[in-house]
Structures are given as structure tokens and as C-alpha cells.
Ligand binder design. Structure first.
Ligand code: PEP
Ligand code: MG
Length: 592
């Protein structure tokens, strides 16, 4: 572990996830040892402390065996075997004897004694250049935190709702359900060890306009609650104990940002039209009904992606048809006559299976997710489809299915829609008979059979986040392979090109609602490839519009033509960067 000299500035570099700068005290979430109480005990209390420790050790052993059993039965014996190393920590006589001596000799409480001794061993192991020993340090810290939780009678929780003071949150990982608890009054920004730019946590940070850095690898183990930090979401940095010079430089960056935002304010009400008169539809991605407000305010033309799964998270029971109807209706009413594309449920992957009680999967992104899940859970799908159909007469609603891998899934989903339409007719409940249905193109197989799909739907929306993940076999959540996640990989461009060609051959339009559409460097390339619509986080609509209004379609086409011939993703990325920075330099002033 690198030493933090007191007050010395230290910079940690990760992946920029959400633009903006903030500074404040950090709070390391999910780390119990930051707040271990220390109190002195009398000689008479020593046996009592030792008994408390023994009970906590027995309880911890029980907890670990339970987890091991669960993992072994759901994932396999090999995975369960990982916990053998945890059980060994509980039997480590050297460690335990030293803790007992510490309690008796120093007359201190059991949790503090255990924490001090275990951390001494863990730090020593972590400092050795040996992967095996480093892993033992992680095991030791893991077990220690279980023991401490048992001694302190608390459950390890990641609950952002408990924060009282504004702070920068540091964590190993934040899953989307925890991120959804963020209150901007108490969370100035966050920095996490895990994740990539297109993880749902990063997407949510952008949509909430909270500066965020992901992929910091081990930062949560190296920082302590209470340290002062500056978080730079433009460049993916967290700077501990920033010097006066650093704070001064960031003051200038923040002033530039204010100037840019003023410039962008003017562009909001204007159309997204290129200098040579090509009109682009620029819509917004939303996660809940309340986000509709932001869409108009930022100049979005309706919603290109309503991620409905966010209606299902952080709750114990599923939302009813009536509740969903109300949410869809509210967005459609508020934004009409602009379109609102409601995506049917995309649960699974990194999103919120826990509360529904599904067993963990070995490869959740290749597993029971999205349309696969819905087709096997007809009661749940029925409530959603009926709610969408019923809302469809109240505004300009369209619907699309996520994760379509081929024709059969589309046909099965459409058959269910027809069944529920018939039900509603029989119940004399009105709906739009001509509700337009599209599909997301986010699995390579769908792009490769795009011609067949295009003949049966009204539009395509390319989900580049998953399309890249599945084409390049790069987990979008895994910071260790984030460098391989390349939107400009020639294979990706060929799939987008094939999708656009199939769509246009069949007279339908094609949009992009993945994060590639909100990257100003990628926008000319997408438009050059023939994409008709872009859907981005509301907060990013002004900057993308600003860029489109400085672009000529002719130069975008030239870029795309060159890119389709190129064999190198790096070269394509460089050309994209040069063009975007040339036409809209002010968008990039805060990037390193
Ligand atoms: C995508 O995959 O690009 C997409 C928009 O869907 P999500 O990010 O919700 O998986
Ligand atoms: Mg997706």
C-alpha cells in the first residue's frame, strides 16, 4: 500500500464517468474499520471481552459457512472453495493469540484489539509483491470486517440515505440500486474502484449530473473517511489533499465550465441541424417519470429511451399495471407531441435482481436478462405491456424491446402484445391500435439479421453499450478490461453500418441510445454512418446539439467512409477526436 504522507497531495487516476469537479471531505462507504470504537476496560472486564470475541468468531464461522453453502450450490464447488481461505483466517492461532494478549495487556475492547492486530497483518501481506499473499490480505480484511460487524452488532450496509453531511463518496463499487439512493444535497460526487464508462452506475451519474470517477482499482482501500479531496470527473482523477496551486487551477476550470454552460444555454431551444442543413432528431434518455421535466428544459425532442427497469428497483413488490400506466402516461403527457420511446423491462445484468430473489448467475450479462426474462415471466410482462398500451392514447408513445437476439424473440413478444391488445379490446379499454414497435440492436446477432428484423418493426435503436460489450467480449463493468472497450473498433462500425443499411433499405429510421451517442467525438461518425436519431442523457443534449450545429454532414460522411475502410480503431478514434475538437473546441477545454 502506498504511504500517504500527511497533507501531501496524492493523485489517483481512473476512468472519467461523469463530468464536473467537486471538492470536500470523503466518506469511504462499506468500510467498517474507519469507525471502530476504542475504549478501555478494567481487569475484571477482560474475560467478558474475550467471551464476546469468541462468540463473534463462532457467529462469523457460521456466516461464512452459510455463504459458502449458497455459493457452492448456485455457482459450483470451486467457487464455494474460495471461502476455505476465509475460514482459515478464523483459525489463525498467531493472529488470535495476539488479539487476546492485546485485550488483556492493553485493557482495550475486543473490536479495537482485533482491528489493530488484523490490520497490521493485512497491511504487511498487502505490501509484499506477491499476488498470492496480496489475496490473503484481502481475505483477512474481508473476514475482519465480518467479525467486527458481529462484535458491533451491525450489518454491513451500503446505504447512501444515511449520509448527513455533504461529502464525496468512495466505495469499492456502487450498484445501480445504491446509486439510485443518491441525494445531491449529501453526495457531491463519487469515486469507485470498479466499473467502466458505460456501466449503469456511470450512466446514472451523468444523468444526475454528479461528477464521478470509476475504475480506480483499489482506491477504496487506500483512502480514509475524513480526508479532504478534489474529484475531477472530466479527467477521471481523485486528488487527496490538493495543494493551493491545484485548487487555484481547478477554480479556473470551474469558471470555464460556467462560461461554457452559458454558451450552451442559448443552443437549447434551437434545432439540431448541421451547417449544411441536415436535420437530426436529438432526444433524451430517462429513467423515471420525474426526468421528463429535464428533457424539455435541455432542448431534447422527446425521449429516445425510457429505461423502465428503474421503476422496479429499491422496492419489495413489483409495480402494478396501474402504477406503471401512471408513470408512462405522465411522461407522454408532459412531452407530447414529441415521441416517448418506452423500452420494455431490461432487468438482469447489473440491474437489481436481488430484490426479486433470483439466484446469482455465473454470467449475468449473458444470462436471464431483458426480453429473455420477460418472455419467461408473462405475468410481469403482461402488466407492463398493458400499461404501455393503455398509456399510448395519451401522447406520442412508441415501444421497443431490449436484447433482441433474433426473429423468434421479436415474434414471441409481438404475439403477447396482440394477446393483450385483444384483452383490452374485450374490456373496452382504449389504446393506440397503431402503436409503433421497434427493437434495440445491441447484440451482434441482431445486427447481422437486421434485414429480417427491419421488415417487421418501425424503427431500430442501437444500444452501443451492449453492442460493444458483446461484440468485443469486453465486460462493460470491468475496469481491468476497460482499455479494450473500443467504440471505434472496425467490427463495431461494420455492425452499425449494416444496421443502418438494413433500416434504410426497409424505409425505417435508426437511432443510437447507447453512450456512444453522448460522446461528442463519436457523434460525427454516427451521423456520417447514417444514423437518424441520437438519444443522450438530458444534461448532455445541449453540448451534443452545440456540436451538431457546427458540423457539416459532408465532413461527417467523409469521416465515416474513411473509418469503414480503416483497419485500426486507434486511427479512427484519432480522426474522430481531431474533427470534433476542430469544430467545437470549447467542449473539450476541461479535458486533459
Ligand atoms: C445500450 O446497451 O447501449 C443501452 C442503451 O441499454 P443499457 O445501457 O440500458 O443496457
Ligand atoms: Mg443495453
Amino acid at each position: 500500500m502506498p504511504e500517504l504522507a500527511p497533507k501531501a497531495e496524492k493523485v489517483f487516476r481512473g476512468i472519467p464517468a461523469s463530468a464536473g469537479v467537486c471538492r470536500g471531505t470523503i466518506f469511504v462507504l462499506g468500510r467498517s474499520h474507519a469507525t471502530i470504537p476504542r475504549h478501555e476496560i478494567t481487569l475484571e472486564q477482560v474475560p467478558g471481552e474475550i467471551t464476546r470475541l469468541e462468540r463473534a468468531l463462532i457467529q462469523t464461522r457460521h456466516d461464512i459457512l452459510e455463504v459458502q453453502h449458497k455459493v457452492s450450490t448456485t455457482m459450483g464447488a470451486q467457487e464455494g472453495g474460495i471461502f476455505d481461505a476465509h475460514l482459515l483466517v478464523l483459525e489463525d492461532r498467531t493472529l488470535l493469540d495476539e488479539v487476546l494478549r492485546n485485550i488483556a495487556d492493553s485493557k482495550i475492547n475486543a473490536e479495537y484489539a482485533f482491528h489493530v492486530v488484523a490490520e497490521k497483518y493485512a497491511s504487511a501481506l498487502a505490501a509484499i509483491e506477491d499476488d498470492y499473499l496480496r489475496e490473503r490480505a484481502t481475505d483477512m480484511r474481508d473476514v475482519t470486517s465480518r467479525i467486527l460487524n458481529n462484535l458491533l452488532g451491525r450489518r454491513e450496509e451500503l446505504d447512501l440515505r444515511k449520509l448527513k453531511e455533504p461529502c464525496i463518496v468512495i466505495a469499492h463499487d456502487l450498484n445501480p440500486s445504491v446509486t439510485a439512493q443518491i441525494d445531491k444535497k449529501t453526495v457531491l460526487g463519487f469515486a469507485i474502484d470498479a466499473g467502466g464508462r458505460t456501466s449503469h452506475t456511470a450512466i446514472m451519474a451523468r444523468s444526475m449530473r454528479i461528477p464521478a470517477v470509476v475504475g480506480l482499482k483499489n482506491v477504496s482501500n487506500e483512502l480514509e473517511t475524513g480526508q479532504y479531496a478534489l474529484l475531477d470527473g472530466f479527467n477521471g482523477l481523485i486528488i487527496i489533499n490538493p495543494t493551493d496551486q491545484t485548487l487555484f487551477e481547478y477554480g479556473q476550470i470551474m469558471r470555464k465550465q460556467v462560461t461554457l454552460e452559458e454558451k450552451l444555454r442559448d443552443v437549447r431551444a434551437k434545432p439540431a441541424i448541421t451547417l449544411d442543413g441536415h436535420r437530426v432528431t436529438l432526444s433524451a434518455n430517462v429513467e423515471k417519470a420525474a426526468d421528463a421535466e429535464e428533457v424539455r428544459a435541455n432542448g431534447g425532442e422527446g425521449v429516445g429511451l425510457f429505461r423502465t427497469e428503474f421503476l422496479f428497483i429499491n422496492r419489495d413488490i413489483l409495480p402494478t399495471e396501474a402504477e406503471q400506466f401512471q408513470a408512462y402516461n405522465e411522461v407522454a403527457e408532459r412531452l407530447k407531441p414529441d415521441p416517448v420511446i418506452i423500452r420494455t423491462l431490461d432487468l438482469g445484468g447489473d440491474k437489481f435482481m436481488a430484490h426479486l430473489g433470483q439466484p446469482p448467475e455465473m454470467n449475468p450479462f449473458l444470462g436471464w436478462r431483458a426480453i429473455r426474462y420477460c418472455l419467461q415471466e408473462p405475468a410481469m410482462f403482461r402488466a407492463q405491456l398493458r400499461a404501455i398500451l393503455r398509456a399510448s392514447i395519451h401522447g406520442n408513445i412508441k415501444m421497443m424491446y431490449p436484447m433482441i437476439s433474433g426473429l423468434e424473440e421479436l415474434e414471441q413478444a409481438n404475439a403477447l402484445v396482440e394477446t393483450y391488445k385483444a384483452e383490452l379490446r374485450a374490456e373496452q379499454i382504449p389504446f393506440n391500435e397503431n402503436l409503433e414497435i421497434g427493437v434495440m440492436i445491441e447484440i451482434p446477432s441482431a445486427a447481422l439479421v437486421a434485414e429480417s428484423l427491419a421488415r417487421r418493426v418501425k424503427f431500430f435503436s442501437i444500444g452501443t453499450n451492449d453492442l460493444i460489450q458483446y461484440t468485443l467480449a469486453v465486460d462493460r463493468m470491468n475496469e481491468r478490461v476497460a482499455h479494450l472497450y473500443e467504440p471505434t473498433h472496425p467490427a463495431i462500425l461494420r455492425l452499425i453500418h449494416a444496421t443502418v443499411t438494413a433500416a434504410h433499405n426497409n424505409g425505417i429510421w435508426v437511432g443510437v441510445c447507447g453512450e456512444m451517442a453522448s460522446d461528442p467525438e463519436m457523434v460525427p461518425l454516427l451521423l456520417g454512418l447514417g444514423v437518424d436519431e441520437l438519444s443522450v442523457a438530458s444534461s448532455l443534449v445541449p453540448s451534443i446539439k452545440f456540436l451538431i450545429r457546427r458540423l457539416k454532414l459532408a465532413e461527417a460522411r467523409e469521416l465515416a467512409e474513411h473509418a469503414l475502410k480503416s483497419e485500426s480503431s486507434v486511427q479512427i478514434a484519432e480522426r474522430c477526436q481531431v474533427l470534433a475538437r476542430e469544430i467545437a473546441p470549447s467542449l473539450f477545454e476541461n479535458n486533459a
